[in-house]
Ligand binder design. Structure first.
Ligand code: BDR
Ligand code: CA
Length: 317
């Protein structure tokens, strides 16, 4: 396995964050706003229906005083029916804390247009995608010229082992496998994959929650309550006292690549398998003949990553 990629990569990359908040998406937003130039947040149907993921993104911006535009995107996958993740994220997608009224409003309902215009207007933009890949795939299909203009895409999705929504598939890829196939096959200059085999190494439990509470701010308190709910669900379902913090890994892959270990792999998405829909097939055969299309992250310094996340969340008041 080669170590962290892209020494030349900027440490404060310009990004569009495409997300479906989502407890871990909310943390990814806060982390990205601290360590990236966050040009826009785009929302997609995923953990909850689109109107809720969008409200949740606006809520996080409001609480943390983030002023980047939020654009609502696709309210359903390309071909399959919309599915959500209430078991992990509750009915609202962000269950746990008492919900304040949201006064922020969206900049547009055209996330796809936002992605296309932003990438055309500026060199070197990254997309960090931490929900189903519907918006990103639609943007690539409508404007194939953006593929070469992008710096790359860093995504949370898939895995090189067991799934979480089926034995073989991870939620973001399973929820819109056709979109994922378009993204993996697009030929973007860099594609970074934080799959379940990686994100399960970065778990939040009582220690992180206590550190957030000790941090004292309103935002940290809100995130602590999000984690109370999120971890309680894992405790109930899996008997674990900690829960994987998936989405921030896709931000860290870009902002702190030295904390991760990557290997170049060919990754394809299964769209039609009866038992394997949404599986990411990662070719790990030594000397595999397919050209790698992806830097798959395999390992993360979880203690350092958790510390960075706590620091970022506690930096908001
Ligand atoms: C992914 O699915 C969602 O529930 C999380 O937000 C994360 O993006 C993990 O499978
Ligand atoms: Ca997500």
């Amino acid at each position: 396995m080669t170590t962290a990629t892209a020494a030349a990569m900027t440490t404060r990359p310009a990004i569009i964050l495409d997300c479906d908040p989502g407890h871990d998406d909310a943390v990814a937003m806060l982390l990205a706003a601290r360590h990236c130039e966050l040009l826009a947040v785009t929302t997609v149907s995923g953990n909850a229906p689109l109107h809720l993921t969008t409200q949740n993104a606006l809520l996080v911006c409001q609480l943390a005083g983030l002023d980047m535009p939020v654009h609502a995107g696709a309210d359903r996958p390309l071909l399959v029916s919309a599915a959500h993740a209430p078991r992990a994220h509750g009915r609202t997608g962000l269950d746990g804390p008492v919900r304040p009224d949201v006064h922020r409003t969206v900049a547009s309902n055209d996330a796809v247009g936002c992605i296309i215009e932003t990438v055309r207007a500026r060199d070197g933009v990254w997309i960090v995608a931490v929900g189903p890949l519907t918006n990103v795939a639609l943007a690539i299909r409508q404007a194939p010229d953006i593929v070469d203009r992008l710096a790359g895409i860093s995504l949370m999705g898939g895995g090189a082992g067991p799934g979480n929504v089926t034995p073989t598939a991870e939620f973001n890829i399973w929820a819109d496998p056709h979109a994922a196939q378009i993204v993996f096959a697009a030929g973007v200059p860099r594609l970074l994959m934080a799959g379940l085999h990686l994100t399960h190494q970065l778990c939040v439990g009582p220690e992180v929650i206590a550190a957030l509470r000790a941090g004292g701010g309103t935002v940290a308190g809100f995130v602590a309550e999000l984690f109370d709910f999120y971890v309680a669900g894992y405790r109930e379902r899996a008997g674990l006292d900690a829960a994987p913090l998936h989405d921030p890994c896709a931000v860290l892959a870009l902002t702190h690549p030295e904390l991760l270990g990557f290997a170049a792999r060919r990754v394809e998405v299964e769209t039609t398998g009866v038992l394997t829909r949404g599986m990411t097939v990662v070719d790990e055969r030594p000397g595999a003949d397919g050209t790698p299309n992806c830097d798959v992250a395999y390992g993360i310094d979880a203690d350092a990553a958790a510390e960075l996340i706590v620091d970022a969340v506690c930096s908001y008041r």
